[in-house]
Design a protein around this ligand. Structure first.
Ligand code: PEP
Length: 248
């Protein structure tokens, strides 16, 4: 059985003071242990958040990393640096990175390679836009994003895929549990085609306006293994309720 995973993507939010208050509730959550929990603060806060969660069962993730190694790349943060400060996870291919910073599948595959080579685990985001869904291309687009990475970097069963329909991110609109299940199943079957030995072990998270009020129903779907949570991960009680909803 796959253990559920709840990851909080803080995006470009937080301050030393706010982070501390937010983390107090999360590190005390009773469901830790039954559910894997990851928090992904902005780069400048990784180390201080790492210090606060140290000794708890909450793990640390970065929201991005460079496609390059260290060197003359002003402003870049390498995966190895994230590993150095005790990150375990890196979100790669978030739709905001794809849309706002022109990250294409080739760049995303290079980033995943850096993440893996640095001993970290990727949370690979895939998902279609509203236009793509309305024109019947949702599955084709999403599977293509998955293949672009899985067929260029040897995947491992510890990897995590996050299905995040772009139209559901930060909009308050959530995919119905049936629509989420249908895409998660398609993703898992696609993994099975090329990597049958890991298909049933890889966790596939749903992301897109997950809140305490819709989490339980989404998590009851057989191929939904948890959530990547944006807005609701910034409110301690909300995030803890989502974690609790994932307890089997
Ligand atoms: C996200 O940014 O990954 C996300 C799912 O955001 P939200 O939960 O706010 O829709």
């Amino acid at each position: 059985m796959r253990k559920k995973l709840i990851a909080g993507n803080w995006k470009s939010n937080g301050s030393l003071e706010l982070n501390k208050a937010l983390l107090e509730g999360i590190v005390g959550a009773k469901a830790l242990g039954s559910v894997d929990v990851v928090v992904c603060p902005p780069f400048p806060y990784l180390q201080s958040v790492g210090n606060v969660i140290s000794g708890s069962m909450v793990e640390l993730g970065a929201q991005n990393c460079s496609a390059t190694e260290e060197g003359a790349y002003t402003g870049e943060v390498s995966a190895r640096m994230c590993a150095d400060i005790k990150c375990s996870w890196v979100i790669v291919g978030h739709s905001e990175r794809r849309a706002l910073y022109a990250e294409n599948d080739e760049i995303i595959a290079r980033k995943v390679k850096r993440v893996v080579d640095s001993g970290l685990t990727p949370i690979l985001c895939v998902g279609e836009t509203l236009e793509e869904r309305e024109s019947g291309q949702a599955e084709e687009v999403t599977l293509k994003q998955l293949d672009a990475v899985f067929l260029s970097v040897q995947p491992h069963e510890s990897w995590v895929v996050a299905y995040e329909p772009v139209w559901a991110i930060g909009t308050g609109k959530t995919a119905s549990p049936d629509d989420a299940q249908s895409m998660h199943k398609a993703l898992r079957n696609n993994i099975r085609k090329h990597f049958p030995q890991i298909a049933d072990k890889i966790r596939i998270l749903y992301g897109g306006s997950v809140k305490s009020s819709n989490a339980k129903e989404l998590f009851s779907m057989p191929d939904v293994d948890g959530a990547l949570v944006g807005g609701a991960s910034l409110v301690s009680e909300e995030f803890v309720s989502i974690i609790e909803a994932a307890v089997e």
